[in-house]
Ligand binder design. Structure first.
Ligand code: AMP
Ligand code: ZN
Length: 114
């Protein structure tokens, strides 16, 4: 755990939130500022800064995150479609430096992303 990381604090239970899923390595919760009718964040419990810090040693949790996303997409009835986004770095708008995947559903999404 990184003591100054917001999402590490969330995993440690130090910040109130709406938990959607938890297992040994992955945590999912509702985004506090939803950009779609359904907007959840799926994160590894291990502190990884961003997609740019994924390595051969820590990538298994990323594969597991996508298994969890597939499962949640069924449980949360996202059959009409959903978008998975991971902002990485300043120009992409990353504001929390703990790897997270936004999973959004319940509206039409445009492309290219803004
Ligand atoms: P990003 O800007 O891609 O780094 O995404 C960070 C996300 O974390 C934003 O969508 C925020 O709304 C969300 N967020 C920040 N603080 C909290 C919190 N306490 N609980 C839930 N979501 C949060
Ligand atoms: Zn962290």
């Amino acid at each position: 755990m990184m003591s100054d990381c917001l999402f590490c604090k969330i995993i440690a239970g130090e910040i109130p939130l709406k938990k959607v899923y938890e297992d040994e390595t992955v945590f999912a919760f509702a985004d506090i500022d939803p950009q779609a009718p359904t907007h959840i964040l799926v994160i590894p419990k291990e502190h990884i800064g961003s997609v740019a810090e994924v390595t051969e040693e820590n990538s298994a949790v990323v594969a597991h995150i996508f298994e969890v996303i597939a499962k949640l997409s069924k449980e949360l009835d996202m059959k009409d479609g959903f978008r998975v986004v991971s902002n990485c770095g300043e120009s992409a708008g990353q504001s929390v430096h703990h790897l997270h995947f936004h999973v959004m559903s319940g509206r039409e999404f445009t492309w290219p992303a803004g």
